[in-house]
Ligand binder design. Structure first.
Ligand code: GSH
Length: 223
């Protein structure tokens, strides 16, 4: 049984949860982070000195950093291509996972954070506009890559789709202008058809701690 520490509306926690769902692995999740606190406790920091979510435990292994968690789960329990066998395909999966957090993530995070998580009076409109432009430009690059491919590494979903897929749900559900990106849109449609994506990613954002706490009380027991 894999233990997951983290709140369900965190993008980084969702990468781990979606991967667990795709692999049909048994898990138990504990609410930590945001309004659920505890990420700053000594006990939690003994597992994850960053005081951030997610952290997973698998037997003796304690692991943090969401992309490392996705890779570990896909490598250890992967089947049907989640961690592809050819080294070249693994490298492609790595490439898109790293690109998601290092290149697409920072400008897009500004958009999401300033539109959803900050109160309007604290939101920086210039940062949001610049982030929207950069996100659209970068997704244009992904759009060209996805031409003729169902998923980022080819015909089947791989770890390479996971970080980008979690961000895509946010991108396509924000009230922003989006230039057409037909291949990204078709890929996003394919993700939305997956039960594990529906369960772990297609959930409300929770604008703030209070709203998310209320939403979680209404869905008590959802793992
Ligand atoms: N690089 C880390 C970043 C982790 C991170 O920033 N997690 C956020 C949630 S997405 C967090 O813990 N925020 C504080 C909190 O939820 O209390 C990873 O990918 O796991």
């Amino acid at each position: 049984m894999i233990i997951v520490w983290g709140r369900r509306n965190s993008m980084n926690v969702q990468k781990a949860m979606w991967t667990l769902g795709e692999l049909d692995l048994a898990y138990q999740r504990h609410d930590v982070g945001g309004s659920f606190g505890a990420a700053d406790s000594d006990a939690y920091r003994a597992m994850n000195p960053n005081g951030l979510v997610p952290t997973i435990e698998d037997g003796e292994l304690v692991l943090w950093e969401s992309n490392a968690i996705v890779r570990y789960l896909a490598r250890t329990y992967g089947r049907d291509g989640l961690w592809p066998k050819p080294a070249q395909d693994q490298a492609q999966a790595d490439q898109w996972m790293d690109w998601a957090i290092s290149t697409f993530g920072p400008p897009f995070f500004n958009v999401f954070f300033h539109l959803i998580r900050l109160p309007p009076e604290k939101s920086d409109a210039d940062l949001v506009s610049a982030g929207i432009r950069a996100s659209a430009r970068l997704l244009g690059l992904l759009d060209r890559h996805l031409q003729g491919r169902a998923f980022v590494c080819g015909d089947v979903l791989s770890a390479g789709d996971i970080p980008l897929g979690v961000m895509a749900y946010r991108y396509f559900n924000l009230d922003i202008d989006r230039p057409a990106a037909p291949n990204v849109e078709a890929w996003f449609e394919r993700l939305q058809a997956r039960p594990a994506y529906q369960k772990h990613v297609m959930i409300p954002f929770g604008r703030d701690h209070r709203e998310w706490h209320e939403l979680e009380q209404a869905s008590a027991g959802v793992q």
